[in-house]
Ligand binder design. Structure first.
Ligand code: THU
Length: 161
């Protein structure tokens, strides 16, 4: 028997103004896109903005459904849109902002497990890391340099062989 320790690393910024200009602009796109969320059931709005290698920005917001599981998170709306529209472009960065209609969300909101799995697929596919920035409505921003820091023991295609 042996114990394994896994080290993950995050950078925490006190607010968006501490980000580089490029990262700040991407986060502002995520904040703007949050407003397009269709979230009548949870009243929880999420916006995601992806920066691609060709400098295109692809946006997504959560889209809910009266049949709850049929809805989709902002991150997957954006990443699948990028995959469909720019199949050969690598994703450099993802910015995510989440806010509730019911109170002010100051806690940085990380992507859910299913979205992490979706982001993992694209990191593996493109063979390069994706920077992930996430925040609430306001306040601190957390950055991870790779999806692997958010989900160290990830499931990928290598297990299917
Ligand atoms: N949601 C996202 O868009 N991204 C996440 O990573 C977590 C949750 C959405 C799904 C649903 O519309 C609402 O937030 C509440 O779970």
């Amino acid at each position: 028997m042996k114990k394994l320790e896994v080290k993950v690393e995050f950078t925490v910024f006190d607010d968006v103004d501490e980000l580089t200009q490029e990262d700040k602009e991407l986060m502002f796109k995520a904040v703007e896109t949050r407003k397009t969320a269709y979230a009548p059931y949870s009243k929880f709005r999420v916006g995601a903005a992806l920066l691609l290698e060709n400098n295109e920005i692809v946006l997504g917001s959560n889209q809910e459904n009266a049949s709850y599981p049929s809805g989709l998170c902002a991150e997957r709306v954006a990443i699948y849109q990028a995959g469909a529209q720019y199949p050969s472009q690598k994703i450099k960065k993802i910015a995510i902002s989440a806010a509730s209609d019911q109170n002010i969300t100051v806690t940085p909101i990380p992507p859910c497990g299913a979205c992490r799995q979706a982001i993992a697929e694209y990191e593996v596919k493109q063979e390069s890391e994706i920077e992930i920035f996430f925040m609430g409505e306001t306040g601190k921003v957390v950055k991870s340099n790779s999806l692997k820091d958010l989900m160290p023991l990830l499931f990928d295609k290598s297990f299917l062989l």
